[in-house]
Design a protein around this ligand. Structure first.
Ligand SMILES: [Zn+2]
Length: 175
């Protein structure tokens, strides 16, 4: 059985019923009015990390958990149409995006495909610096709501502690 077939099998046996029962009666608006932006890393269980239930937050994930144009697009919709206000950016130590550079990956794609991507990878050497850039991008984006509150963190995948990035160069352990 392929992994895709396995997933569809799991959906039919347990997933469908479990997901439906957890979402029953919930409105589309996130109850906590909050968005979590984080990395797609398969080890990060965002729901368990913050003790979340369905219906409480929007979770935006991509490679690195970086603030891309598409994250801004989703945040604008989340805030303007679904009343969210607070944004948590959670990137992590040991991220795959620290293992190569934008130029290296673009060169690899050119070599393999003959085409150069028209998008950036947003790789980073220091996740705290990337979080800081993301927070700054959001704070000066004109399409996001003025009352938005943004906090940024670096997650340690060894103990799953969070170190807050305060925006002026330092990080403080909060858990
Ligand atoms: Zn990552």
């Amino acid at each position: 059985m392929s992994a895709m077939e396995e997933l569809l099998e799991r959906h039919g046996t347990v997933g469908r019923q479990a997901a439906a029962s957890r979402a029953e009666g919930l409105p589309a608006r996130p109850a906590l009015h909050t968005v979590v932006v984080t990395c797609m890393d398969a080890r990060i269980d965002v729901y368990r990390l913050f003790g979340l239930a369905p219906g409480e937050v929007h979770v935006l994930r991509n490679a690195g958990g970086v603030v891309t144009d598409d994250v801004v697009r989703s945040l604008a919709i989340s805030q303007r149409k679904l009343d969210t206000r607070d944004v948590l950016i959670v990137q992590h130590a040991g991220c795959g995006l620290s293992t190569f550079t934008d130029d290296e990956f673009a060169a690899e794609l050119v070599e393999r495909t003959g085409s150069r991507p028209d998008w950036r990878c947003h790789t980073f050497a220091d996740p705290a610096e990337s979080v800081r850039e993301g927070m700054a991008l959001l704070r000066r984006n004109p399409f996001l709501v003025p009352g938005m509150r943004v906090r940024g963190f670096v997650l340690d995948l060894a103990g799953f502690g969070l170190a807050e990035v305060d925006g002026d160069g330092s990080a403080t352990a909060v858990a």
